[in-house]
Design a protein around this ligand. Structure first.
Ligand code: BES
Ligand code: ZN
Ligand code: ZN
Length: 499
């Protein structure tokens, strides 16, 4: 999809389909009225007959109205229109256009103006969100299908009567966001047969070069030299050996009070459970167990693309968790880089083992903020489903900043507690400093978070994101669907840019 922005009177558009947003309270607004003027009668009739009245997520397609097609899309009540309404509207519009086999559209962005001057979200945020909705909906992962017909390119023109510079910038940001989300989705959707630690590292190097970001990869001897016993332990059952991937973005002109942001990601390229083998049903989904890492890679690239004023690094612990004669066994004790020892009571609780080393390593550079993301626990899926990610951490102000970044991107997050009692439970090993599972199945996500906190040094501001639910199957979103979602990528970059 190609989106261009032009200054032009909407009435003069010559594209074959005109696309217009309609709020339910449209009559109050002079600018909207202007954009909709030629269609006032039509809209009235539709509304009177209860066919279309501007309700959220609704669309109405008029074929060949005075020689052109018109697609109306609803935005609901102007005063409660969050950017997410525009993002979903973009997706709904895309679906209608595909269904109607339309290839060339003009969008009246002036129709996004609300009566009270875009209260709730700024006008450019509306444009960006709508463009994101359109772009994110175009995603497909069909490279392994032999008989797919390439879908026709949709030519999109955003028309605005006045100043278009902010609109152009909003569209550019939306494009950057969609590209980054697609990188995360592609990495995660790749099967376990093609993405394993070495290929993930190669792909990271390729992407880093493309985005002008530094990339360094530690192989097994280097990981051993770093004494990363957690990462080595998890990876030792597989012939696909582990890698530790480091991406570094530095702004060309860093501001004086720039904040160092560190992202840490779990990238288990396939999680079979190891010797504590998972049941067969849905085990294939565990190709996505590297989504946390994939999201972090994409987030650094996005921050770089957006010329983030803060330096941002990503530390990705990549391993394949397999059962074999060389695999770790339940009862194994691992020596982590931090010096702490862990008794492995279940080899399927492997994410926290690799993250213990990655968190420790990431803190060497003394970041101001450190965020890890991981498809860490099945418990978070039970608690929250695929709607949102869980967050937890040791700095409430930081988490509040993160939640307000998420407010802008529409990506849902929900905070879980990290009570001392959870930590005490994880410290319950009879022979080591920590054990990798709790005494029972209760509070699995918080206990996993409490475990990770043991590798966060005094004074570090840290937050953990459990994306086991949100990383794929976000079927409730019109712009995501089955497969990997890339949920979190946009918020991570937004946080890094705004902190
Ligand atoms: N990768 C899984 C978590 C997971 C489960 C992600 C379902 C997405 C969907 C993780 O490594 C794991 O297996 N965790 C165990 C921990 C338990 C043994 C304490 C779990 O959640 O069952
Ligand atoms: Zn596991
Ligand atoms: Zn896992």
């Amino acid at each position: 999809m190609n989106i261009v922005v032009k200054t032009q009177h909407f009435g003069k558009a010559d594209q074959n389909t005109l696309v217009i947003g309609v709020f339910t309270d449209k009559k109050k607004n002079a600018i909207i009225s202007k954009a909709l003027k030629p269609f006032t009668e039509e809209i009235h009739a539709l509304s009177k007959n209860k066919v279309f009245s501007g309700e959220k997520e609704s669309t109405y397609f008029l074929r060949n109205f005075d020689g052109q097609n018109i697609l109306f899309f609803g935005l609901g009540e102007a005063k409660s229109a969050e950017t997410e309404v525009l993002r979903c509207a973009g997706a709904k519009v895309y679906t209608s256009l595909v269904a109607e086999k339309i290839s060339d559209i003009a969008v009246s962005v002036d129709s996004f103006y609300t009566a009270n001057g875009s209260k709730g979200a700024a006008f450019d945020a509306y444009v960006q969100a709508f463009a994101e909705g359109l772009l994110l909906s175009t995603y497909k992962f069909d490279k392994y299908k032999s008989d797919v017909k390439p879908s026709p390119e949709l030519e999109v023109t955003f028309l605005q009567e006045d100043q278009t510079t902010p609109t152009k910038r909003a569209v550019d940001i939306a494009k950057a966001c969609a590209d980054a989300v697609f990188i995360a989705r592609n990495l995660s959707n790749e099967p376990g047969s093609t993405i394993y630690p070495a290929t993930l590292a190669k792909e990271s190097e390729r992407l880093a070069q493309k985005y002008d970001v530094r990339c360094k990869v530690l192989d097994v001897p280097a990981i051993k030299k770093e004494k990363m016993g957690g990462l080595i332990g998890v990876g030792q059952g597989s012939t696909h050996t582990p890698r530790f991937i480091i991406l570094e973005y530095k702004p060309t002109k860093a501001k004086r009070d720039a904040k160092k942001v560190a992202f840490v990601g779990k990238a288990i390229t396939f999680d079979s459970g190891g010797i504590s083998l998972k049941p067969g049903a849905s085990m294939d989904e565990m190709k996505h167990d590297m989504s946390g890492g994939a999201n972090m890679i994409a987030a650094v690239l996005l921050a770089a693309k957006l010329k983030c004023p803060n330096p941002v690094s990503a530390y990705i612990a990549a391993a394949e968790n397999m059962p074999s004669g060389t695999a770790i066994v339940p009862s194994a004790v691992l020596h982590t880089r931090s010096g702490k020892t862990i008794e492995v009571l279940n080899t399927d609780a492997e994410g926290r083992l690799v993250l213990s080393d990655a968190l420790d390593y990431a803190q060497d550079a003394k970041p101001d903020y450190i965020i890890d993301a991981a498809t860490l626990t099945g418990a978070v899926v039970v608690a929250l489903g695929s709607i949102c990610s869980a967050i937890m951490g040791n700095d409430q102000e930081m988490m509040d900043q993160y939640l307000s970044a998420a407010e802008k991107t529409g990506e849902k997050h929900w905070q879980l507690p990290l009570y001392k009692e959870y930590t005490d439970d994880m410290k319950g090993s009879k022979i080591a400093d920590l054990r990798n599972i709790g005494s029972d199945r209760s509070a699995g996500s918080s206990k996993a978070g409490a475990f990770l906190q043991e590798f966060v040094k005094e004074g570090s501001s840290w937050m953990h994101i459990d994306c086991a639910g949100s990383a794929w199957n976000q079927r409730h979103l019109p712009y995501a669907g089955v497969g990997a979602s890339g949920h979190g990528v946009r918020t991570l970059a937004e946080f890094a840019c705004s902190v």
